[in-house]
Design a protein around this ligand. Structure first.
Ligand SMILES: [Zn+2]
Ligand SMILES: [Zn+2]
Length: 329
């Protein structure tokens, strides 16, 4: 049997819970605020292993799901909201999420399926698209659709006895991503917004009305607004248990500059689809990784296009990218 993980108290009355996921990223952190009213930030996936882990850690802290008055979600990805509906079935109360992520947590299958034509347009071949559909089926049990949810928005304040957290809207990784700030203490609970050694993959996202969100430009804009808030410590959704904002932002800057150079070098070889570019970057990658890697490529191409160095050529069926001025004498 795996060693039992004990919750870690990161601030008085706030506990970091470690929950297993079936994804390559590894465990996800949820945060229990054991103050009045008892609240949980993020919920983990809806797997028997994760539900056992969360129930065991809640029990260790003397909390049962019916005592959870608020379930606050950083964003609508299955590793963060997957178990929310099951926790509500066992008594947890109001679930809160940003309106821009409501479509995917209320109808996950639809959210994935409407991406298909866009992935095809990005050059994803039929065998990869088939694999993507298989992935959707595989992932289904890990996230149950939510029924009743309350919206949270930029600037909303949540109060506890002796503490408050402020909602900051940080779209990018997901169009409805939010983080929870404690401005006086200079810390925040940040979901998938910021990490020390990885850039949060800005996942491809199509709105129900068919608009593809420019995820990476949005993310970088959120980073800029976050930087201005003077938050020195963050508690993320994965990997390191806590991080220093300044170091993470410096690392991010270096990674962004490096990747930009690599992308421009590859595009100097000629026009290509996002999928072709992804294969050049990651020739060893497996089919199961294609969606996340293509998301990264798409996000960075959006950014390069917006900066003006790269031009997109769009038709109904394909989209290719080239360096500005490529092929001109
Ligand atoms: Zn996420
Ligand atoms: Zn995550």
């Amino acid at each position: 049997m795996a060693a039992k993980v004990q919750p870690r108290e990161i601030k008085p009355g706030i506990f970091q819970l470690e929950l297993p996921t079936p994804y390559p990223i590894g465990p996800v952190y949820a945060y229990l605020i054991k103050r009045d009213p008892i609240s949980l930030i993020d919920a983990g996936v809806n797997s028997p292993q994760s539900l056992a882990a969360i129930n065991e850690q809640l029990r260790y802290l003397g909390v049962s799901p019916p005592q959870i008055e608020r379930l606050l979600l950083t964003h609508g990805h299955s590793d963060h909201y997957g178990a929310a509906q099951t926790l509500r079935d066992t008594g947890a109360k109001g679930i809160f999420i940003h309106p821009r992520d409501m479509d995917k947590v209320t109808n996950r299958r639809e959210y994935y399926l409407r991406m298909r034509p866009y992935l095809a347009q990005m050059g994803m071949p039929p065998d990869y698209l088939e694999y993507f559909v298989k992935f959707i089926v595989w992932e289904t049990p890990y996230a149950r659709d939510l029924d009743m949810i309350h919206p949270i928005r930029q600037g909303d304040l949540f109060f506890w006895d002796g503490m408050k957290l402020e909602v900051m809207y940080t779209p990018g990784h997901s169009p409805g991503h939010v983080i929870f700030l404690e401005p006086e203490g200079g810390w925040a609970i940040t979901g998938d917004f910021i990490f020390a050694h990885i850039t949060p993959d800005p996942i491809i996202d199509i709105t129900p009305s068919g608009f593809r969100t420019p995820s990476m430009p949005l993310h970088m804009d959120s980073i800029k607004r976050f930087t201005a808030r003077g938050i020195h410590t963050y508690y993320p959704g994965h990997r390191e248990r806590e991080g220093r904002t300044r170091e993470a932002l410096e690392e991010l800057k270096k990674r962004m500059a490096y990747k930009k150079r690599v992308y421009l070098e590859i595009l100097a070889q000629g026009p290509m689809t996002p999928f072709q570019l992804m294969r050049r970057l990651y020739p060893e990658s497996k089919k199961g990784e294609a969606f996340v890697l293509l998301s990264e490529v798409m996000g960075r191409l959006d950014l390069l296009e917006m900066e003006g160095g790269v031009v997109a050529h769009r038709t109904k069926d394909t989209i290719t990218y080239s360096l500005k001025g490529y092929g001109k004498p």
